[in-house]
Design a protein around this ligand. Sequence first.
Ligand SMILES: [Zn+2]
Length: 108
Amino acid sequence: MYIKETKKVTKYLERVVKTKCDVCQKEIPNFDETKDLRKSRYFEVTTGHHLWENDSIDSIRDYNICPDCIQKFIKNYIKNVENTYYINIETTVASEERYSDEEYEEGE
Ligand SMILES: [Zn+2]
């Protein structure tokens, strides 16, 4: 049998409030402010070597790149072809990241 007590805990949750380009450091404005998909658009880039070696996971890098820098970034990345194994690029839109639906439930 467990004897239990109720304790109030303060919890800190981390969420995204701003997005910056990893190349030029410019802020990519949130869609919530711009209401314009083109102005808030950026690229999520993941690189890594994906070889079956111990450091495979460590090689994974995530970047947020603005439309002005994406070509330069890719050109630089693939400059050394022998060290280029994996690059994934996804278009996305900057926005404030919500914690989860539950945290925003009303009424309680
Ligand atoms: Zn940039």
